[in-house]
Design a protein around this ligand. Structure first.
Ligand code: AMP
Ligand code: MG
Length: 333
């Protein structure tokens, strides 16, 4: 990354991410070079209030765009496309990113594409790890999904039926005053813990984390925090690995790609890695900067979509709060 002159005929896309509490601006070229990837984390004392997060994004977007251009040594007129995450996500946050992207596109006469946030996680993972045709395990604060490419779309093999894995860990940590986001604190405490039984809920190929959260909070009233953190991680991750293993076999894939902020968890990587070696598959973990929400992933999906022929008129760029991964036609594969 860093400043360099734009090359002739190079196609450069600016991606704007703002589905939840993180705001991201990234610029990626058609060769897959990430020129810049700036993320601004909103400070959270508790859960995410959508309107406060939207205010945060509105306040910081102009300077983040400016910083990204400066870092890349580019001017707006050198860009070829603006992409933004159209959904799924929190309505007020999505609308701020969408309005900013539309404004930039109109002002600088650039084409505009609203892209799917979950598909962007998959594609930046493929770009940065070289995974060709993976089963993707996407685990974040707002999403928990196991997907694989089949017949023109990323099909959902399993997903949470209530709260996301990251949300389960965050709510647990918040209730116990461990700070936000909760993942790093829980992972650290878990290192010194040992196992206590907690409800393990897999329904068909789907996962349920809300009962586990309640049970873990109850257990924390009488047991050591380290033991509960360890047991929460072991149970939640084992459920996910079980679903991923069955999906891997069903979808006949040879690669497992991690995506989403929970993916930095070393214990989760270990558990998935063990399953992969038993199945003769390879686990691929993208660098931390692109695991969590970021603008480069939106820019890269913008590049892929646009060069595959996707076009949107301004009035076709409304946000979609509940846009499912398997509703997107994957034109570039
Ligand atoms: P994302 O929504 O993809 O940006 O990821 C944010 C989520 O990742 C939050 O729920 C965090 O608690 C979670 N997270 C971050 N670091 C860790 C970690 N070390 N272990 C587990 N979860 C984590
Ligand atoms: Mg995400």
């Amino acid at each position: 990354m860093g400043s360099r002159a734009k090359q002739d005929a190079e196609f450069l896309c600016m991606g704007i991410e703002g589905t939840a509490e993180k705001l991201g601006v990234g610029i990626v070229s058609d060769s897959g070079e990430i020129l810049v990837n700036r993320v601004k984390h909103m400070k959270l004392a508790e859960g995410i209030h959508p309107s406060e997060a939207a205010q945060h994004h509105a306040a910081h977007l102009p300077s983040l765009v400016r910083q990204a251009l400066e870092e890349a040594g580019l001017e707006m007129r050198e860009l070829s496309l603006i992409a933004f995450s159209r959904g799924p996500g929190l309505g007020p946050c999505l609308r701020v990113a969408a309005v900013a992207a539309r404004t930039l596109a109109l002002k600088h006469r650039l084409p505009l594409l609203g892209v799917n946030h979950c598909v962007a996680h998959i594609e930046i993972g493929r770009l940065t790890t070289g995974a060709e045709d993976p089963l993707t395990v996407y685990v974040s604060g707002g999403n928990t999904q196991v997907t694989a490419f089949a017949k023109g779309r990323y099909r959902v093999f399993g997903e949470t039926i209530d709260i996301a894995l990251g949300n389960c860990i965050d709510q647990f940590a918040r209730e116990l005053g461990l700070g936000m986001p909760g993942g790093p604190a829980v992972e650290k405490l878990a290192k010194k813990g040992s196992y206590l039984p907690l409800p393990y809920v897999v329904k068909g190929m789907d996962l349920s984390y809300s009962g586990l959260l309640t049970a873990a909070l109850r257990l924390a009233e009488k047991e050591s925090l380290a033991d509960v953190c360890f047991s929460l991680q072991e149970t939640a991750f084992a459920m996910l690995v079980e679903v991923a293993e069955r999906a891997l076999v069903q979808a006949e894939k040879r690669e497992v790609l991690l995506a989403g902020g929970v993916g930095v968890n070393v214990r989760l990587q270990e558990m998935l890695g063990e399953m992969c070696s038993e199945q003769g598959a390879e686990l691929l973990v993208p660098p931390a900067e692109v695991l969590g929400d970021n603008g480069a992933m939106i820019a890269w999906l913008g590049v892929l979509s646009y060069l595959a022929g996707a076009r949107q008129r301004l009035e076709e760029t409304q946000v979609r709060q509940r846009w499912r991964t398997d509703e997107v036609d994957v034109l570039w594969r």
